[in-house]
Design a protein around this ligand. Structure first.
Ligand SMILES: [Zn+2]
Length: 363
């Protein structure tokens, strides 16, 4: 078992759009007291051995014995400082993924954390927890929607310890509501077996595959208007699943909010739905209500616009919104879509602002 295995399994999933979109997901390998975890800002498809941050597991373990401030922002920055200090000398140019603590506490040689649409059809559905128990029995656990960072790691740690007490073994599959899944194993082959098992077990319940083969993307008068209103670039998508969703306000409901933090990062938390005759006013009202420019705007009877400061950002907004459409469809057998709650959405939006500030200031 080696770092090469970690690179291989990371690229294997990173290159498969059924498992990974954009910079989503992260992976790790444990070598005694060392944790190699994917650095943030790196796509799994492109990783090399140097893309992983080497961390001291003894220093990470000390985090659990410390007391941190109760206030969320203070607490998260204190934990982040301790995580940064757990990097080995020479690693200070890399930032460990915010989920590094979760990787460390799962007692398996390899941990692969992903947000596949099929799996999120389960984690973002109204009856997800009951369906998970029905499908996976005692082979997996369910973590209710939790803000990312220290609190999520602590919640998972408690649930893992409970599982160990109950089952006398370590849990290898952890479903995170409105987020994704963590899978741990001591070999890469076993990781792949577990993921295939999860995907095929969920697939048995799925009644319908969303169809994007006749979706088209273009620049048109609507994308020009949205580019002017909200960013440098806008790309218009229409046809396929999109056509059915934009028929009217109620057909848009299954995708009218947001499923996971990853979707917020790329496609925003508040898609706009407007009439073609009312775009400017609808936009202004929406911005006043949410405090943010939407990254996705749906025009009734026409299609959907992805909006961003670059073409790449606008494309990613559309790609991630397409992923939301898949999640909504895959959630159908499990009681239908369940969005993130408003407080969780606010936490991510504020957190993104903080992260942006820290990037800008070079911290
Ligand atoms: Zn994640």
């Amino acid at each position: 078992m080696s770092l090469e295995n970690l690179v291989e399994v990371s690229r294997y999933y990173g290159k498969n759009p059924d498992y990974v979109l954009a910079g989503g997901g992260n992976t790790s390998w444990k070598d005694g007291d060392l944790l190699y975890v994917k650095a943030s800002g790196m796509a799994l498809a492109d990783v090399e051995s140097a893309s992983f941050v080497k961390m001291d597991r003894k220093a990470l373990a000390k985090i659990w014995g410390k007391n941190y401030p109760a206030e969320a922002a203070e607490r998260e920055s204190a934990v982040l400082a301790d995580m940064m200090a757990a990097r080995l000398p020479g690693e200070d140019q890399k930032r460990p993924s915010v989920e590094a603590l979760l990787h460390d506490i799962m007692p398996f040689t390899f941990v692969v954390h992903l947000h596949p649409a099929k799996i999120n059809g389960l984690t973002c559905s109204r009856m997800g927890e009951a369906a998970m128990k029905n499908i996976f029995g005692d082979e997996a656990i369910w973590i209710p929607s939790t803000n990312p960072g220290y609190i999520l790691s602590k919640t998972v740690k408690t649930a893992m310890d409970d599982y160990y007490t109950r089952m006398n073994k370590n849990v290898a599959i952890i479903f995170l509501q409105n987020h994704g899944v963590f899978v741990g194993a001591d070999t890469v082959e076993h990781i792949k077996e577990l993921y295939s098992g999860i995907m095929s077990n969920i697939a048995l319940h799925i009644q319908r595959e969303p169809c994007f083969s006749d979706e088209k993307r273009e620049s048109n008068e609507l994308s020009k208007l949205f580019a002017e209103l909200g960013g440098e670039m806008a790309i218009f998508a229409y046809g396929g699943e999109v056509a059915a969703l934009v028929k009217d306000c109620s057909s848009f409901k299954p995708v009218s909010s947001v499923f996971t933090p990853d979707h917020i990062v790329y496609a925003g938390s508040d898609p706009l739905f407007v009439e073609e005759t009312d775009i400017r006013q609808g936009w202004e009202n929406h911005v006043r209500k949410t405090g943010r420019d939407p990254k996705i705007a749906a025009v009734r009877g026409r299609g959907i616009c992805g909006i961003g400061i670059t073409e790449k950002a606008a494309t990613l907004a559309l790609d991630l919104f397409r992923d939301s459409i898949k999640v909504a469809v895959y959630s159908e057998p499990f009681g239908g879509p369940c969005f993130m709650t408003a407080d969780k959405i606010d936490f991510i939006n504020n957190w993104e602002v903080e992260r942006f500030r820290s990037n800008v200031s070079g911290k």
